[in-house]
Design a protein around this ligand. Sequence first.
Ligand code: CP
Ligand code: NVA
Length: 300
Amino acid sequence: MTARHFLTLMDLSPHELRFLIRRASELKRLKGPYEPLRNKVLGMIFEKASTRTRVSFEAAMVQLGGATIFLAPRDSQLDRGEPLEDTARVLSRMVDGVVLRTNRHETVVRFAHYSRVPVINGLTDRSHPCQLLADMQTYFEHRGDICGRKVAWIGDGNNMCQSYIEAAQQLDFKLHIACPPGYEPDAELIQMAGSRVVLDHDPKAAACRADLVVTDVWASMGQEQEQVERSLAFRGFCVTSDLLRLAAPDALFMHCLPAHRGEEVSAEVLEGPQSVVWDEAENRLHAQKALLEFLLTAQS
Ligand code: CP
Ligand code: NVA
């Protein structure tokens, strides 16, 4: 049987996504040991830094009875030129699933093609689907189903923004993206989302009556050398209390973290009563437990 992978949100059906969101909240409430992944091993290959993704996957596997093996590319034969295709074929004969965090999305697609076991995208330049599972779980827990709601994305049309575009399609919400000219998300993704997604350059229009306001760093990992140029281009795209006041009175604020206070979000908003960023970060653990249970037990 071919393995199920989770490379983007489009790899699951809307029904499966809603199931995982519900299951994540169930697993969060669960008391006592629950070890459906006993003796299962998750391989983790990270080309980029991580706090939340790495720790949540490692903690999730231990708590579900399994284990992880973390591989920084420089510590493996990948860095000495062993082809990715060979690594995928070898690793997937030894472990039960693999999480990859890579510079290029094409790398996880190629790895998955050669893998016998489920491959999970732990962030690429194109998308960050695991973060969206946690974001959606957090919204559902605080406000109920997101179907028909308005979400404002303020800032870079980056990997997170692109996963929000897919979430809008899969969970049927309106997404208003405001980004500086030249920093738009992939045009093909926008087109596929149809009328659910609006794209312009006006943070106020995006925030207006939104039920959820989301942002992310102006320079993602790998774009550090563009920091100065981006800081100029993104002026006016900071989520401040004034901007948040335009949203619905009970609007939530989310950020995948790490955050840069005073750049994409003010400290007042990040630490304020509408911010649910700490629940959002915690839910990485629960959402990924639901994902691991779904992918790693279905195959056996
Ligand atoms: N939000 C997120 O993915 O954080 P890390 O880069 O710390 O994993
Ligand atoms: N857009 C950010 C997300 C970090 C979790 C990055 O890719 O660095």
